[in-house]
Design a protein around this ligand. Structure first.
Ligand code: F6P
Length: 327
């Protein structure tokens, strides 16, 4: 029998479509197992402020299909201090919470690691939730699938106008440190090139590719750029190319935060449900300090330290494939 009585659930860092589905799964699995559940508002900041709301099964009705997070989210600076953590711990004790399910990215798990290191009586399980897909220990983070589909829809529309005007578009997608969104969505839209932080971007090669396309009667094109690419954002890259190819009609689109919103896809809803269900069961088994994710279709646990230390490798073979498919 587990000693757990009351668990807290929070979302932290950048929001991601599917977080609500995870909150629903955590809440209902916990209640099914006789636990009480507190929703913590605004991530770790809510823990410091004591901003809690009791969650019933009905509190999470009708949210599986909604983007954003009903618990709101934040990146709390105060939680990074010993004083902030002490306040958070005191509030947890006062309300009788003995464990946390934290949904977010690497910053979220770093916070949980430090917190449970100082207060080892608190158990914490993480759920991989970020559109960037940049966590080690999972093939898919919550929100990634929705984000790449959002990018694909938007770029398909841009392709229409690019083609009508014989234009070259530089489209910047999210990914401060990672090119997962750029690579997958770039393949899906048939991009002429994809620039990502994990591989060296070569302007000579890009210009040659574009010129070669023109020789083969390509009159328009799409270049996808991850915001973290070492050459800079879409404006920077387009300015360099414009100097080399002044006769091209060039436009830039920054897709921005549209990528973080919207109804989660089926895949994100299902994975989020699996993660939430598994996270509560892991707590009931006495586990702590691990992130729940999916590797090769199996739900697995990865220690926080591992999840934040490494980066999943991008499939550079897919970049090579893109190079051939874009001739
Ligand atoms: O959610 C991850 C991410 O989208 C990054 O790719 C991006 O750089 C960052 O969040 C921007 O977040 P914000 O605008 O909330 O600071």
């Amino acid at each position: 029998m587990s000693k757990l009585k009351k668990i807290g659930v929070l979302t932290s860092g950048g929001d991601a479509p599917g977080m609500n589905a995870a909150v629903r799964a955590v809440t209902r699995t916990a209640i099914f197992n006789g636990l009480e559940v507190m929703g913590i508002i605004h991530g770790y900041q809510g823990l410091i402020d004591g901003d809690f709301v009791e969650l019933e099964t009905s509190s999470v009705a009708n949210i599986i299909q909604r983007g954003g997070t009903i618990l709101k989210t934040a990146r709390s600076k105060e939680f990074m201090s010993k004083e902030g953590m002490q306040k958070a711990y005191d509030n947890m004790m006062r309300s009788g919470m003995d464990a946390l399910v934290v949904i977010g990215g690497d910053g979220t798990f770093r916070g949980a690691t430090e917190f449970t290191g100082i207060y080892p009586d608190i158990k914490a399980i993480g759920i991989a939730g970020t559109i960037d897909n940049d966590l080690y220990g999972t093939d898919f983070t919550i929100g990634y699938d929705t984000a790449i589909n959002t990018v694909m829809d938007a770029v398909d529309k841009i392709r229409d106008t690019a083609s009508s005007h014989d234009r070259l578009f530089f489209i910047e997608v999210m990914g401060r440190d990672a090119g997962f969104i750029a690579l997958r969505s770039g393949i899906a839209v048939g991009a002429e090139d994809i620039l990502i932080p994990e591989t060296e971007s070569d302007i000579d090669e890009l210009v040659e590719k574009l010129e070669n396309g023109r020789r083969h009667n390509k009159t328009s094109g799409i270049i996808i750029i991850a915001e973290g690419d070492e050459l800079g954002g879409a404006y920077d890259v387009s300015n360099i190319v414009k100097k080399r190819l002044p006769h091209y009609s060039i436009r830039v689109t920054i897709l921005g935060h549209i990528q973080r919103g919207g109804r989660p896809t089926c895949m994100d809803r299902v994975r989020a449900s699996q993660y939430g269900y598994h996270a509560v069961n892991a707590l009931l088994e006495g586990k702590s300090g691990v992130m729940v994710g999916i590797v090769k279709r199996e739900v697995v646990e990865t220690p926080f330290a591992e999840a934040v230390k490494h980066h999943n490798k991008v499939r550079t073979d897919l970049k090579e494939m893109t190079r051939i498919l874009a001739i």
